[in-house]
Design a protein around this ligand. Structure first.
Ligand code: PGA
Length: 252
């Protein structure tokens, strides 16, 4: 089953609107003839409209870094799916480990966000991943299973078919310590099996599962050679067009 690879850049809390638009323009220029792959960038909210304008004649997709489930109301500090779409986003990163571990977001909250995004036709990129302590304690698959089950609670098959999953081991994010391709493949295989169990195999075969955690120009090719790795969610190396475009242009 062919899954279209997706290379996604998570800009986190970087760049003013002008800086972001400049980087987005150079990424858009570099992505003119991408052919078989999809590219997504997630700027900070304040730069989203400028980024969307900069990539509008290119195939580059724009994503939020989080989203509320309500379309408006008394939710100080949140952003609504309607607002994200209005600013040019078609996708949204949810349950990122920095949201979970720095800002205390739990699975129930992530699940509300996933459902809200789907309801408003934003494609969620649902992030899951274990900490180093959990891995060392042999709990990796149990943690992934809990995050998947809780994150996808009450998400029907039709909606689940639109999801993207990102496996991001917490110990590999921003640390320069990438999971080996075998560790990543094992986790992706497990996650795809979970999707088959929660829904059906046919659906599991179409959902893209990205790897994230210190993806760089020098490790993307070997990661993408693994059968269940369908793309990457890139942080640090997405902040410069040269390294990000090299990742986009991986050869597996
Ligand atoms: P990193 O971040 O590539 O800097 O490790 C990945 C992420 O947080 O999505």
């Amino acid at each position: 089953m062919a899954r279209r690879p997706l290379i996604a850049g998570n800009w986190k809390m970087h760049f003013t609107a002008a800086e972001a638009a400049q980087l987005a323009s150079s990424i858009a220029r570099g992505c003119r003839n991408m052919g078989d792959r999809e590219v997504m960038i997630a700027p900070p909210y304040t730069a989203m409209a400028a980024v969307a304008a900069a990539v509008q004649d290119s195939p580059v997709l724009v994503a939020g870094q989080n989203v509320c489930w309500e379309k408006e109301g008394a939710f100080t500090g949140e952003i609504s799916p309607v607002m994200l779409k209005d600013a040019g986003a078609s996708m949204v990163i949810l349950g990122h480990s920095e949201r979970r571990h720095i800002f205390g977001e739990n699975d129930a909250l992530v699940n509300r966000r996933v459902k809200g995004a789907l309801l408003h036709d934003l494609v969620p990129v649902l992030c899951v991943g274990e900490t180093l302590e959990e891995r060392d304690a042999g709990q990796t698959f149990a943690v992934l299973e809990n995050q998947m089950k809780a994150g996808l609670a009450d998400v029907g098959a039709e909606e689940a078919g639109r999801l993207v999953i990102a496996y991001e081991p917490v110990w590999a994010i921003g640390t320069g310590r990438t999971a080996t391709r075998e560790q990543a493949q094992d986790a992706h295989f497990f996650l795809r099996g979970m999707l088959a169990g929660l829904y059906e195999k046919k659906l599991a075969d179409t959902v893209r599962i990205l790897y994230g955690g210190s993806v760089k120009p020098d490790n993307i090719d070997s990661l993408m050679a693994e059968p269940d790795i369908d793309g990457a969610l890139v942080g640090g190396a997405a902040l410069k067009s040269e390294s990000f475009l090299r990742i986009v242009q991986y050869t597996a």
